[in-house]
Structures are given as C-alpha cells and as structure tokens.
Design a protein around this ligand. Structure first.
Ligand code: GLC
Length: 574
C-alpha cells in the first residue's frame, strides 16, 4: 500500500476527522446540554474546515457516570441528546456535506445499568448471566477482593455485591465501579458486539473509534499484579498491569470485530468501513504493528506528538516510529493533538519547559511548575497544527482546537463532573477542563451561543461553567480575524488538499543540519522551528534547493526568505 496514489487509498487513510464531544458542542433545546440536533445545526462550520468525517463521542443511553463511556444500551441514543430519528437526520444531512459519521464503540465495559449487568446482579454465582462479566469470589473468607488490581480512575478494580445475604461475590471494573468489564470470551458478548456493528452499519455509519483497547482481554486466571515502583502514579498502576493491559486475549476480540466488519462489507459492496484503536502505545511501535495487522484495526491513534514536549528531539522521536510503521507496512497513522481526555494543547505548550508525563490521565500538569503563557502556547500549537496537516495519515481534530481554546483550570470543585476527580478525592483534577461547552458567539444570555433558547425562551446553565472571557474565543469572533486560529485551520485544510494529499503516503525525518525539525513527504518538505529564535534554513541544502515556501503557521511573518520564525512551521514544495 505504501506509495499509493490518492485514488487507490481508502478514505480513512488520509481523512480529516472532527471529534464532537456531543455534550459540549451545541445545545438545541436550551437545557445546557449539547445534543444531536445541535450538531446538525452547525454542519456548515464543520464543512468550512474541509472535514471528511465526524467522530461522535458515545451518545448511547447512559447514566453519564463517565459521560457516555458507561453505555446502558448500545442500540439507542441518550435521551438528553435526542432520538434515533435525530441521529438518522444528522447522518442524512452530513451525507449532503460529504461528511461521514464514526461512532465511539465501548467494548471493554458497559454501564452497571446495562440490562445484562442488572440481570447478573440478580442471578446466582456461577450463572450464565454472571459469566458475561468477571464475577469472582473474594479471597480468604470472601472479604478480600479476588486480586490486587487497581481501577484506572482510582480505588480497587473490584466491587463487592452486597445486596444478597448468600452471595458477596465481587465484579471487575477496570475504570470505575459503574463500568463493569465484559468477558469477551463469552459467546453472548461476542454476539452482542456483532449485532452492534450490524445495527450501526445498517443506519449508515462509516466505522468506529474503538475505546479502551488496551485493557480489553485479561489473563484467564486474573493473577495478582506484580508490585509496582513508588514512581508509578495512582492513575498509572492499571496501565502497567501485565495481566490486563495489551493482552494477547485482546487480539481475539479485534479479529472477531474485523471479520464482522468485513463480512458486512462483503454483503454491502461499496461500503468502505473502518475501526481506529484508542490505545496509548507511545514509543511502542511493536504494539502498533500488532494491533494494525490486516486482520485487526485499520488504524491506531498516534498519540506520540500529543504527549511530546515542544522540543526538536522529542518531536523527531514522535514522528519516527509512526513513519517507520507507515513506510514498512502501509498502515497510516491517525494523528491527534487533542482529545476529550487530555489537557488542551494551548495550555500544555504554554509552559516554557513543558515536560509532559507519558500518562494521559495526569491532567494536573498545568497546575504545577512554570507559569503558563497562553500566547506562546497558541503560537506553538499553530506550528504543531501546521505540521500535522502536512503529514501522511488521518488527522483527528478535537472540537474547539480550531478556536484555540485553552484548558479551563479553575473549575470550582462543586462543578467538576469527571469521575477521576471524585474517585481520587480531588487529588487529580480530571478532564472537565477540556470539555467546557463551546463558545459560538459573544452573547452571554445564550451561553455564548452554545444554547438555543427553549420554546419558552429559557436558557439553562451549561452543564460545565464557561469562563467569563469565553466569548474571546467564539467562532463569530474568530470569523472576523484573519490571524485567528480558525483561519489557520481553514487555510491549513486547503493547503493540505493542494500540497499534502497529493503526495505519497510515506514520510521521513530529515537532518537539515540546524536547530530545525525537517520532514520530507514526496515533494513536500516541512520545517519546524521549535526554538525561541528565528532560524535560517540553508536554502542550498539538497532537500530545499529547489523548494519554495507554500504554507506557514505564521503567514504574516514570512518576510525574510529562508528564515523560519521562532515557534513556527513552514512547508516547502518543489
Ligand atoms: C477511554 C475514553 C475515556 C473514558 C475511558 C473509559 O480512554 O477516551 O474518556 O473515560 O476510555 O471508557
């Protein structure tokens, strides 16, 4: 596949995909909660970014203990978000814009309100109902959890069932007690997911972002986790548990999923369906290769750049593995700089010496250490954006990054909703700060255009509070400013179509002999200056001698030919 011309590519190999966090995108009913109809009303904005697809965060019926990642019913739409009819209308309208829809599939666990789990609670130990999950007797007299596993969001991974006298079994929830893990070796669970694929593909979705791939599949004996070093943070213990993370058993699940997907394609010629894996395999290219074998995922997120500090060596490292995989196997990376779990990039890179932890759950970063300079962060994120828009592979944008939204760090404790905050007793701030409802205009009475008033004219408080100055980032404000982040995203999208997509799906890191990061993709050379000073490129360098600058993250600063402004990215084309 490597070196394919655009025509031979699958749409998802180099797509621009926009992640909609439904709850915070646009509210069409005035209740302060985003919904499907709100998305439908804002398709023009998504179109203006030139996107190919929307990935919807989970919008299935859910008690919202982890904002949709606790699914109570995989075959419906959460009532606060609308109905299946609304969803179908969104699909149809999106299709008019040539925009596909990807759903978020949560296979590792469901909600404790899922009917199967409710039935399991009522059923006997050893029953068929319990076998769909991990119910086990406690250790010793039954009062100790079956093993020492920790939950990803704090506390033990085991919860005891206390509502029966004769019982007292425990169940496993890798994330929270509200999210019991499925046992994917059970035939019902396999069939359930096959039915889910069929149901959403029949409606017309183009694929799935598959959630929490790493902990799906367990060692069959559920042995105790070996002791971890004192340097492993409370939220990282799960991720170093060899018996529940990146298990060989997981691959059986992905093979089943892939064969279900392909059997659907065979029965429906013309559909080009995909699955992208969410797993943090940063600097572990062997894992990415395992998961993207032809009988498993089509793509896997490359979070390396998202977790990289703004520094030449780290950026190069973050590019090398994905390039090597692409060049050797043809599997194109799914690049991403932000998502609903991670502190927003403007804030992350706004620290002079931002050294980021490899853990995605540690959002406390910005609360400690050096002060945050949002202007610097915005400038660096422009440069990162200009870089990823040139790269081979798909780009996943997270809503609000095109507005340059910073992380909101000062949400009062009473308003925080993330279970990470609550289960760690506030020791970890959690992820609410990147999930604040979007500002569309400067009208305070409609929560900056986030909410459309209800029929009676009322507007409810947004589900997470917006900062007073949020209007400065609003879409309407950005539309009037040709130096805005929005303008960068729109022009980068156009430039990508003109200069990058036409290049082969291959790339390599160049040695430009400077303080600069260089990438070559066919006839395109991308140069990143991650330093605080302008740096001159050697225009006689063999890679650049026939090239001219065609795109820059700081278009107004391209005065001196061959000088890359501080904290910026320039594309050269031959
Ligand atoms: C994934 C999701 C995250 C969720 C977790 C549990 O990492 O991105 O938001 O909390 O899985 O489903």
């Amino acid at each position: 596949m490597a070196g394919n011309t655009p025509l031979q590519r699958h749409w998802w190999q180099d797509a621009l995909i926009y992640q909609v966090y439904v709850r915070s995108f646009a509210d069409s009913t005035g209740d302060g909660i985003g919904d499907i109809e709100g998305i439908r009303s804002r398709l023009d904005h998504l179109d203006s970014l030139g996107i190919d697809a929307i990935w919807l965060n989970p919008c299935y019926p859910s008690p919202q203990q982890d904002h949709g990642y606790d699914v109570a019913d995989y075959f419906g739409i959460h009532d606060e978000y609308g109905t299946l009819a609304d969803f179908d209308a969104l699909l149809a309208d999106a299709e008019q814009h040539n925009i596909k829809i990807l759903m978020d599939l949560v296979p590792s666990h469901c909600s404790n309100e899922h009917e199967w789990f409710q039935a399991a609670l009522l059923a006997e130990p050893g029953s068929a109902e319990r076998a769909r999950f991990y119910f086990r007797d406690g250790k010793g007299d039954g009062n100790e959890p079956p093993n020492n596993w920790r939950a990803a969001f704090g506390g033990s991974a085991w919860t005891r069932v206390n509502d029966r006298d004769d019982d007292g079994q425990w169940y496993l929830g890798t994330f929270t007690p509200h999210q019991p893990d499925f046992d994917h070796t059970h035939v019902d669970v396999k069939q359930h997911f096959a039915d889910i694929f069929e149901f959403w593909f029949d409606r017309g979705v183009a694929g799935f972002r598959v959630d929490a791939v790493a902990p799906t599949g367990k060692h069959p004996d559920l042995p105790d986790q070996p002791p971890v070093g004192a340097d492993v943070g409370i939220l990282d213990i799960t991720w170093v548990n060899p018996y529940t993370v990146f298990r060989p058993e997981g691959h059986d699940v992905w093979r089943e999923f892939r064969s279900t997907l392909e059997s659907y394609e065979l029965r429906h010629p013309g559909r080009d369906l995909m699955m992208v894996a969410e797993a943090y395999a940063v600097r572990r290219p062997e894992l990415v290769k395992e998961f993207t074998q032809p009988d498993q995922f089509h793509q896997m997120f490359s979070f390396d750049l998202m977790l990289s500090p703004w520094e030449k060596g780290s950026i190069e490292l973050a590019l090398r593995d994905p390039f090597e995989i692409l060049n050797s196997t043809g599997v194109a990376p799914a690049w991403t700089l932000n998502n609903h779990d991670i502190q927003r990039i403007v804030t992350r890179l706004g620290k002079a010496d931002a050294h980021l932890p490899e853990s995605w759950t540690n959002n406390n970063l910005a609360l400690s250490g050096a002060a945050i300079d949002l202007e610097l962060g915005a400038r660096r994120s422009r440069a990162m954006t200009a870089l990823i828009f040139a790269l081979p592979g798909s780009l996943y944008l997270y809503q609000g990054e095109e507005l340059g939204l910073p992380e909101v760090l000062d949400i009062p404790a009473d308003y925080r909703e993330d279970p990470i905050f609550h289960l760690t007793d506030g020791a970890e701030v959690g992820r609410d700060g990147c999930r604040i409802p979007l500002p569309w205009n400067t009208d305070v009475s409609t929560s900056f255009g986030f909410s459309k008033p209800a029929a009676d004219g009322s507007v409810g408080e947004p589900w997470l509070p917006q900062p007073a100055g949020w209007g400065a980032y609003a879409l309407a404000t950005a539309e009037d400013d040709d130096t805005s982040m929005l303008e960068l995203y729109r022009t980068a999208s156009d430039a990508r179509a003109e200069f990058a997509i036409v290049q082969p799906l291959r790339a390599e890191v160049l040695d430009l002999g400077h303080d600069l990061v260089g990438v070559r993709r066919g006839g395109l050379v991308i140069v990143v200056n991650a330093t605080m000073q302008p740096v001159a490129v050697d225009l006689e360098h063999p890679e650049l001698s026939i090239a001219r600058p065609v795109f820059s993250s700081e278009p107004n600063e391209m005065h001196t030919p061959g000088v890359i402004p501080a904290n910026s990215t320039v594309w050269f084309a031959s």
